[in-house]
Design a protein around this ligand. Sequence first.
Ligand code: T4K
Length: 369
Amino acid sequence: MDNSLITVTSPLLPDLDEFYGLLKEIWNSKYITNNGSFHKQLEKELASYLKVPYVSLFTNGTLPLITALQALRVTGEVITTPYSFVATTHALWWNGIKPVFVDVDLKTGNLDPNKIETAITPKTTAIMPVHVYGKPCETKKIQEIADRYGLKVIYDAAHAFGVEVDGESVLNAGDMSTLSFHATKVYNTIEGGAMVMHDEKTKQRIDYLKNFGFAGETTVVGPGINSKMDEVRAAYGILNLRQVDEAIAARREVAVAYRNALRSVEGVSFFDDMPGVKHNYSYFPIFIDERKYGMTRDELYMKMRESKVLGRRYFYPLISEFSTYRGLESADPKNLPNAHKMANSVICLPMHHALRREDIECVLEQIVK
Ligand code: T4K
């Protein structure tokens, strides 16, 4: 990759010598996948770091979503957000479930709990919200609705690694939460992901399901899939966990610099930290009001690209605009005004631990007039 590019993100990489040391251990053991010792160690270390009872590692962040829906026997219709990465809704489709899109709250970009109830039908079995950009959903309100209607709640927490509300992990909300450890995330295992659950029995069932449903050599307890993380990526993950706090602190510095410079720019808005929340600064979205800013979002986006500043329009287009989902009744733009507003005005600025002062200045030069 061209080193002069300022990309939206850059992977957190473990020290190569340390990684080599762990690779040697793997080579010597000749045990390279299927719940090996590094896999077990990383599950324990993550549960402790994330302050959650149980973690099951996966090979990416999409398969735990698909598997959670299977494990909870979710069917019929599921209420979800259109303002996310397409994997969220694809997980429903792969389970033969009809997605029902509900609009988001402009204050956070997350599913608006006040709009959930009108979308519930006799076929609704679950709610699948996303903590978009790592900003916590209104989990209490969502749980109240779920309890009232007997619905499951599965959080796509792909962006919410380490996020806490009043000292408690946001990953403990709902029936299950799923994480992505893709290279582009705050914490990565190259490709990877995880599911967080509340009890040992559920963890056992998920561990069976991610290994074809095998519970022992000759017993298959259900139609499982293969979504196991191997030893090499688990070892890489163990090393990255040791430096993730430092990386998040560096991201915070970037967020502070962006906010200080952008607060006075007319037509540009962004999210501030939420009270009581431990953020992970996984993304830094800005929203362009073209009438006040004097330039459209896409004009600014292209201008940035020409100067080698590669922001991204996460999440444009909305999931509800992709051909697979566009025909759904709930995908009607009239049903999703806030989501459309956000998708049509967003640019995620470069945000990662390795941005230098001069990179931040270069990004800001494109935006501050
Ligand atoms: N749910 C949500 C809410 C999600 O956001 C995601 C994934 C998922 C579920 C599914 O999780 P996974 O199955 O992916 O684990 C990226 C990621 O591929 C995807 O993981 C992520 N969300 C999504 C928001 O972003 P792209 O297509 O935008 O990534 P890409 O390849 O264009 O990379 C973006 C930039 O990052 C590049 O311009 C340069 C930099 N980069 C990227 C890679 C891969 C690097 O510097 N090094 C790298 O190795 O999808």
